[in-house]
Design a protein around this ligand. Structure first.
Ligand code: AMP
Ligand code: ZN
Length: 113
């Protein structure tokens, strides 16, 4: 068993409500949704956070954003949603595997807490 929750989902060792999949990315519903639409988009490869992204991961990043776009379109929030990635415990990152929250389906206030 992997020690990373999201790597376990990628390996199908843990169930998830998967909404979209590509060769290198996975999108599944957040288990504790904060809005009618709350999907997590992750790379299948373990990447700890966006701090590990750069020129060398350009193709993966492009694929992640293609998945984010598709998820938003399928959920009918392409015209209005929030895209969030928390980096580190101080910002509220609880799962140390890069994930983008796609949140929408209700009015969203700003700034966040
Ligand atoms: P963050 O706090 O930014 O690291 O986000 C982690 C997110 O993962 C939280 O919104 C959790 O509700 C969500 N989460 C934790 N475990 C699972 C799981 N097994 N399936 C789906 N979402 C999960
Ligand atoms: Zn992982």
């Amino acid at each position: 068993m992997s020690e990373c929750l999201f790597c376990e989902i990628v390996a199908h060792e843990l169930d998830a409500d998967i909404v979209h999949e590509t060769a290198n990315t996975l999108a599944f519903r957040d288990i504790h949704p904060v809005a009618p639409v709350h999907v997590l988009v992750i790379p299948k490869k373990h990447v700890a956070s966006s701090q590990e992204l750069g020129a060398a991961t350009g193709e993966l990043l492009a694929e992640l954003f293609e998945t984010i776009k598709t998820v938003a379109e399928h959920a009918d929030v392409d015209a209005g949603h929030r895209l969030v990635t928390n980096v580190g415990a101080a910002a509220g990152q609880t799962v140390p595997h890069l994930h983008f929250h796609v949140i929408g389906g209700r009015p969203l206030s700003w700034p966040p807490g």
